[in-house]
Design a protein around this ligand. Structure first.
Ligand code: ATP
Length: 247
């Protein structure tokens, strides 16, 4: 049996610049303690879906015009991104977005901005380092001089400094060598299993995402066109033909 949903997205529509309808009624669920993947090609609407959940559309001149979003049964569409972080929902943006001129450790500490207890922050930092030993060895390096994989790890580590229960992860594989992508996904799996963090992951790399997710949603032109348990999707002939080569 599937655990209760931590996140429920109900028929949302998103419009950019008042006229461009990009999400045309998207519904999905993330079960507590699980990993769900949103799959599909460039421009399908994966990033927009994550930004709708974390209320980050305003800066892009986008808005949710229909539908609802719930966190453990409570409506959250009107909460600010900062309120969402306090409630344990954080987003890791596509393209990593580390502060290039800060060290890895300084970058991680910026993720604790909603917290004040110094002891807890220090303990959290040590915890991040146990999951990302590479970040520990690079702690005093300027982010600009670390590898793409290390920067992706830094972005995830920074999100973890807010002590989230739900992480929205946008295209973690982007620009990374397959072996590094695998290393990142292994850490995600570890965090999911040991820390009980739920992950909603937008990915073009269908094959990799379905190896790690429990459940998958396939998007095309702003709609979910197929969904199912990850293992079923991996063995589905249409998915194999149209999506497994991607990424
Ligand atoms: P990608 O992997 O390229 O990020 P995606 O599946 O995440 O693809 P979105 O970034 O959500 O797709 O984009 C969905 C559609 O919305 C695309 O057609 C895109 O051009 C459009 N779009 C995205 N951002 C804006 C914006 N700020 N203003 C207008 N249209 C936008």
């Amino acid at each position: 049996t599937t655990p209760a949903p931590v996140l429920t997205v109900n028929g949302i529509e998103v419009i950019y610049n008042h006229v461009i309808l990009v999400l045309k009624g998207v519904s999905l669920q993330l079960a507590e303690g699980q990993i769900a993947a949103i799959l599909g090609g460039n421009g399908a609407g994966k990033t927009t879906t994550l930004r709708a959940i974390s209320n980050l559309l305003k800066g892009e001149r986008g808005e949710v015009t229909k539908g609802s979003i719930e966190l453990r049964g409570e409506r959250i569409e009107n909460l600010t991104p900062a309120d969402l972080v306090k409630r344990g929902v954080v987003q890791v943006m596509e393209g990593r977005h580390c502060f290039a001129h800060l060290t890895i450790e300084e970058n991680l500490l910026t993720g604790a901005y909603t917290r004040t207890d110094k002891g807890e922050i220090a303990a959290n930092l040590e915890k991040v380092y146990t999951y990302f030993p590479r970040l520990k060895t690079r702690r005093t390096s300027q982010a600009a001089y670390t590898s793409g994989g290390e920067q992706q790890m830094c972005a995830i580590g920074r999100a973890l400094m807010a002590n989230p229960s739900v992480v929205l992860l946008d295209e973690p594989s982007m620009g990374l060598a397959p072996q590094i992508v695998e290393e990142v996904f292994e850490i995600v799996k570890d965090l999911n299993q040991k820390e009980k963090v739920s992950f909603l992951i937008a990915e073009q790399n269908t094959n990799m995402a379905l190896r790690y997710a429990n459940y998958g949603y396939i998007m095309e032109s702003g709609r979910i066109v197929m969904d199912g348990k990850a293992d079923d999707l991996r063995n589905n002939e249409d998915v194999k033909e149209f999506y497994l080569g991607m990424g």
